[in-house]
Design a protein. Structure first.
Length: 198
């Protein structure tokens, strides 16, 4: 029985390699890092992991945020604290996406091969360290906080696979709708990259 299961996995692995239905590569843009994609006949699964851009560095926004998360939630007296500055470190993000693709056989009157457009939905988790530089009764302190954002996004993009080389290049845009910790804040994002297909 064990030999039969092992043989099944080996055959499935060879079929996957022959069909080149997986890809791994690099992505740059709103997220810079590693990208993995599992291709199928109609839909694809994509996972991206890397550094996200450090949005939300506006001091007024962080002043209000500090008042909410540090003073109110911790029961501190607001008049004793003064917000001075903020350091927002590069966030780490992971994206998971379900994509549906359609082949583009023509651009105008020209026939093309290997080009498709896709759309889909996904989820995104972003974590970053934030240092609040504050003053308490005349003395400066650094108060650290781990900021976690969770949201869903809609995606649309283009992907082109070379005919003779197992390389695919892509460009996509998406709109992230934050659910945690600032519900319904919208973040437009974009990215491009390439994957080796195997």
């Amino acid at each position: 029985m064990k030999k039969a299961v092992l043989l099944l996995f080996i055959v499935a692995g060879f079929q996957s390699f022959a069909q080149k239905n997986m890809g791994i590569g690099l992505k740059v843009g709103s997220l810079n890092g590693i990208t993995f994609k599992k291709y199928s006949a109609v839909s694809d699964i994509e996972i991206n992991l890397g550094h996200s851009y450090a949005y939300n560095t506006n001091l007024t926004r962080w002043d209000a945020y500090f008042y909410d998360v540090w003073i109110i939630k911790n029961g501190n007296v607001a008049s004793d604290w003064k917000f001075k500055d903020v350091r927002v470190y590069t966030p780490v993000a992971i994206q998971g996406r379900l994509l549906f693709h359609k082949n583009l056989n023509k651009i105008g009157d020209e026939s093309v091969s290997g080009l498709k457009w896709y759309y889909g939905i996904g989820g995104q988790l972003v974590s970053r360290r934030v240092d609040f530089i504050v003053e308490y009764l005349g003395t400066k302190y650094v108060e650290s906080y781990n900021d976690i954002d969770l949201g869903v996004d809609g995606i649309i993009g283009l992907e082109y696979t070379l005919e003779d080389i197992p390389l695919a290049f892509f460009l996509d845009v998406n709109l992230l709708i934050e659910l945690i910790d600032e519900p319904f804040v919208l973040w437009p994002q974009a990215g491009l990259g390439g994957r080796f297909r195997f």
